[in-house]
Design a protein. Structure first.
Length: 143
């Protein structure tokens, strides 16, 4: 049921192209795209920051460091000295928080120490006003 369309006869004329030439359409679209890009205003995304003026004071004094160790059985040591109970630990943390400049508190838990003990110590330090707090020895927990 198909129909065979001849090759245009014996006159030697080329076949008629029925496809649309898209090259001029692509050229027009590129020109329009370039014009659109050039006419769009440049949007400036700016955030207003209040930066301090001048240089910060140079401090050559290293900060005081307090080492808190948590053993596997929940025993807490303050700079190598065992602390008796939460009340005494809270007193030491409050005293450290009130000193100026505030010392850095380094918490070094044992690998087998329960997470509960570490979390309680961090919460207690936060309640007592300690702002310079960090965990030391995290490389022992890497797989």
């Amino acid at each position: 049921m198909g129909m065979n369309v001849g090759g245009g006869g014996a006159s030697g004329e080329p076949d008629v192209l029925v496809e649309m030439n898209t090259t001029p359409l692509i050229d027009v679209m590129l020109v329009l795209l370039i014009m659109l890009i050039l006419t769009i205003p440049i949007q400036m995304h700016a955030v207003a920051l209040n930066l301090p003026n001048g240089k910060p004071p140079v401090t050559n004094v290293p900060p005081k460091v307090v080492q808190i160790d948590i053993d596997f059985d929940g025993t807490i040591s303050w700079n190598g000295t065992e602390v008796d109970g939460q009340a005494r630990l809270s007193q030491l943390l409050t005293q450290a928080a009130r000193t100026s400049p505030q010392p850095e508190i380094h918490i070094r838990p044992n690998k087998l120490a329960p997470y509960r003990d570490v979390a309680q110590l961090m919460a207690l330090a936060q309640r007592d006003g300690v702002t310079k707090l960090g965990l030391v020895g995290n490389d022992q927990f890497a797989p």
